[in-house]
Design a protein around this ligand. Structure first.
Ligand code: ACO
Length: 363
């Protein structure tokens, strides 16, 4: 069905939803409240590449009302106005950029030139670069690249891999890192749990696992939480000797212990030993987490990471925030396809905080 034509159940008020989560479900969601408060202190310009969608517009209305972000909408002007009218959204003063109507030739060529310079030795011709400026993922990333926007959000309506490629080409990977990776934050009864890599690297090498761990540790610290990290597999501390992920994970842990001896990280270990510190300590007293439960889990490959977070999200009650993209030079976030309005709002707050952190680095 077309997104516009479906009857929707009314969205609960934010306050009611929070009460339900904290009281009935017993979820401690103070962290997301803190993230939103932090975003409000210095709201940033977020470009939404998929403003043709009702859910994106609904989320945008909320973040404007709450002062979380200053949205810029990319999409077909007529369609956006139609959705605003039909759903009686209050989005009168939000800038809309329609790539077929509101972009001057001069501007398009200016952006195309920048992209062409980046990609000319990777097989892109100038004409192709001009063509790409009609694609919202390229154009939106280019706005962040040139400082016209502070962060980019896309991915609601298309598959992750096709959305992320343009942003990799335009923005690229942070200095000193060879990889990007995706993280999910789950708010549970036992406090927040961070999971990575849940979205990008299919068969990571030991070095990629180590990089992902370092990116994740830095991200967790952004939320004022000290990461206690377990690298997961199906074996504990060298028990399994055959081929498979335990060996690679063990190698990654060795790299991490050499590169950052103060980081609280160990493995390889099974998930129950990660989450039950007392059990782990009784059997493996030498482990670097001691008897503490891990709050950060690194998966041996994309299959296990992606499947785990989706199962947890489906069986909750958990508040799942993500996927938080790590390792990009600038704040870029690719939503899970068919995200809920609430997920989009949370990711917008995360993107704002990300942009706040990058602007302090530049200062
Ligand atoms: N980190 C950093 N840079 C990367 C990475 C990475 N993990 N992977 C590729 N790149 C770079 C490449 O080096 C290349 O750079 P260059 O063109 O400047 O030389 C550029 O990105 C594009 O490379 P491609 O070859 O087009 O990309 P590739 O085929 O390697 O695909 C992708 C990259 C799309 C991220 C791929 O790894 C992928 O599909 N991952 C799985 C995504 C997925 O399906 N996730 C699960 C669903 S997500 C969810 O559930 C929310």
């Amino acid at each position: 069905a077309m997104e516009t034509g479906v009857a929707r159940k009314p969205i609960k008020s934010w306050a009611a939803y929070e009460r339900e989560l904290t009281e009935r479900l017993g979820i401690d969601n103070r962290l997301i409240m803190a993230i939103r408060t932090k975003a409000k202190q210095d709201p940033k310009r977020i470009v939404f590449a998929e403003a043709n969608s009702f859910r994106i517009l609904k989320a945008v209305q909320f973040v404007i009302r709450e002062g979380i972000a200053k949205p810029i909408l990319l999409g077909n002007k007529e369609k956006i106005h139609e959705l605003i009218k039909e759903n009686q959204l209050d989005l009168e003063n939000v800038p809309i950029i329609d790539l077929y109507e509101s972009v001057s030739d001069e501007k398009r060529h200016h952006f195309a030139k920048i992209l062409y310079e980046k990609r000319k030795r990777k097989g892109m011709t100038y004409n192709e670069a001009v063509e790409k400026m009609y694609n919202r993922d390229y154009y939106g990333s280019m706005m962040v690249e040139t400082g016209e926007a502070d962060a980019f959000i896309s991915g609601f309506s298309r598959k992750y891999s096709s959305t992320i490629r343009p942003t990799l080409q335009v923005i690229g990977v942070k200095k000193d890192f060879n990889h990007i990776a995706g993280m999910y934050m789950l708010l549970t009864k036992h406090g927040p749990l961070f999971l990575a890599d849940t979205t990008v690297n299919m068969n990571p090498s030991a070095q990629t696992l180590a990089d992902t761990t370092l990116l994740t540790a830095a991200e967790v610290r952004k939320f004022n939480i000290e990461p206690r990290i377990a690298l997961l597999s199906y074996s504990n501390f060298g028990a399994y000797k055959g081929e498979g992920s335990p060996i690679r994970v063990k190698e990654a842990v060795q790299l991490l212990h050499e590169q950052d001896p103060d980081l609280i990280v160990d493995g390889e270990m099974q998930a129950n030993y990660a989450l039950n510190g007392k059990l782990r300590y009784s059997r493996y007293p030498f482990n670097k987490l001691g008897d503490m439960d891990a709050n950060t889990l690194i998966f041996p490959n994309l299959s296990s990471g992606n499947i785990t977070y989706k199962i947890l999200q489906a069986l909750g009650p958990y508040e799942a925030i993500g996927p938080i993209l790590m390792g990009m030079k600038k704040p870029i976030h690719i939503l899970q396809r068919d995200s809920t309005v609430r997920e989009i709002i949370n990711m917008t707050a995360i993107a704002v905080i990300d942009a706040q952190a990058s602007s302090t680095l530049e200062d």
